[in-house]
Design a protein around this ligand. Structure first.
Ligand code: S3P
Length: 164
């Protein structure tokens, strides 16, 4: 990998990852997509039928494989919350970039999206509590933090490209 993007749900990891990969003429992988591909079912179904711990096992295995590939990796919002994943990110020589966003921005983006089980299951207050709790984990894993709220997609990608 050339760079790994982390951040809360709705922080733009997938969108930024795609444009970043295109800009650097490299490939893009999305951890959630890889999990869905290998499981053969959507994430909501994995959570509903097998539970979050099983999803986290799949995520951990998928991360270990994905990190060996070239290009840009967009992780899931919960990836660094698993200690083993945080250790993998810390150990890896690949730069880890945290796309940070305010609660308002996140809510605007994810509130009406039914594809995220945690958004479906948690009320706004719990979701924001989760976001606050995870901030430390993202900060610990990150080599670069980008506060994305006031930036366009192009500006975010531009920042990353000039930093890399
Ligand atoms: C999760 C985030 C999701 C997905 C799963 C769990 C989380 O990815 O991995 O629903 O724990 O925050 P996105 O951040 O791409 O939505």
């Amino acid at each position: 990998m050339q760079a790994i993007l982390i951040g809360f749900m709705g922080s733009g990891k997938t969108t930024v990852g795609r444009l970043l990969a295109q800009t650097l003429a490299t490939q893009h992988a999305d951890l959630d997509d890889l999990i869905v591909e290998s499981a053969g079912t959507p994430i909501t179904t994995i959570f509903a039928n097998y539970g979050e711990p099983y999803f986290r096992q799949l995520e951990q295995q998928t991360l270990i494989n994905a990190i060996k590939q070239p290009g840009i990796l967009s992780t899931g919002g919960g990836t660094p919350t698993v200690a083993a994943n945080a250790a993998v990110l810390k150990r890896s020589p690949v730069p880890v970039i945290w796309l940070a966003a305010t609660g308002e921005t996140i809510l605007e983006r994810v509130q009406n999206d039914r594809s995220r089980p945690l958004v479906n299951d948690l009320n706004t207050e719990s979701l924001m509590t989760l976001k606050r709790q995870r901030a430390t984990l993202y900060a610990n894993a990150a080599d670069l933090v980008i506060h994305t709220d006031q930036l366009s997609l192009q500006e975010i990608v531009g920042h990353i490209v000039s930093w890399l």
